[in-house]
Design a protein around this ligand. Sequence first.
Ligand code: UD1
Ligand code: CA
Length: 459
Amino acid sequence: MRTTPVILAAGQGTRMKSALPKQMHPILGKPLTWYGVQAARQATETQPVVVVGHGAEQMRQYFAGEVQFVEQEQQLGTGHAVLQAERALRGQTDLVLVTYADMPLLRGDTLRALVKAQERHTGPMTMLTLVTDDPRGFGRIVRDVQGRVQAIVEEKQATPEQLALRELNPGVYCFRSDWLWDALHRIPLSSKGEYYLTDTVALAVGDGLQVETIQAEDVEEMIGINTRVHLAEAAAAMRARINEQWMLEGVTIVDPATTYVEPEVVIGRDTVIWPNTYLHEKTVIGEACVIGPNTIIRSSRLGNRVQALASVIESALLEDDVNLGPYAHLRKGAHLAQGVHLGNFGEVKNSYLGPGVKMGHFAYLGDAQIGANVNIGAGTITCNFGMDGKKRPTEIGEGAFIGSDTMLVAPVKVGAGAATGSGAVVTKDVPPNSLAVGVPARVIRKLKPESGETSHSKG
Ligand code: UD1
Ligand code: CA
């Protein structure tokens, strides 16, 4: 059977007290609706329809190409919201899976179980229910003496006996679509002036049809976000879930409570993550790495056995056995080849550092190509920013030794095997195997003959 998810996300989220629409509030770097979209897609393998209204522009921008949008111009209730998908879906799908955008912890597996339950029987709908002592403002499920579902009563409209009911409506339903659309047109206006999706239950019962339920096993999955208190609660639960998944995959997380791993990150086995570490966006970390404490990594790729202590790594590529920190800063386009060591207060941007490069202390390399085994002395800087606002390149050949406090005024090349003296201001290219010193730097002697040169030709 073909099942199409419909996610309701048009509400304002008044209780968030925010200029940002509720469904765009982030949890681990993703708007909270993102999680529901993933789960719905995973469960049905069909592109979800998202009903937007408040903050529609931001939603359309963020999810462009990923979901189909329908607009609910006036927020006249959850039943009215689903009705907006009629034009797109009538005759196009056998089942309609409805979820609310404010339930980021809902799992794809739970949605799939709900769809399977609806596929197995002939009734018009199956809904998830939740039994718990904390009613959280949820609608109550009313059953008759035989235990058959009769209605869902909203908390605001419930009688004291109904308020005492502990079977709740988390707001997840699967409908037979040939019944759904007409039923939505029949929903009566509530005393609050809204068309409640929950009233489809009483309509089905009125049609002499049976409403099926399956009980949710994990209460935490049903956390719906109405306030920023719920947002923090859901974020903590999501964080714990992601961390647990990686621990079960063989990653050591020393303190899960202070480790923030976003949902698209990948981490290899036997990597150890120390506290207060943040792994953002599509970061990939290899095996047997040691990350943190106090490390932030964004959109970067790390090989195996990389160590990064108290460092910030953004849009960078680190090959195996790179060792960073404390207090290294890698920026966009930094590429560190195998075995590079970057010590305290080293900054690298848009540069390649060849295998075995050592840059121990207080240095900046931008727009540079550094050959293998080069030693970058403390305080070395590429002065790569021209008066015209353009960046200029620096090239340093294999095995060169850059003395402490060297200023490399780009564009400039230092040849392989060359050296600069402490405090050199290099404004002209330094030939291979030569020593240049001073301000501006000049070559004072050859360090060794160049290949092809015989020693007596030096004169
Ligand atoms: C709803 C349910 C309640 C359930 C609770 C679970 C109804 C009438 N009530 O109440 O039984 O226990 O969820 O969290 O359905 N939305 C729209 N358009 C609208 C109104 C809402 O798209 O016109 C969207 C909202 O953006 C939100 C979702 O529907 O994502 C639920 O709306 P909300 O106002 O949070 O419903 P609750 O009062 O929580
Ligand atoms: Ca809600």
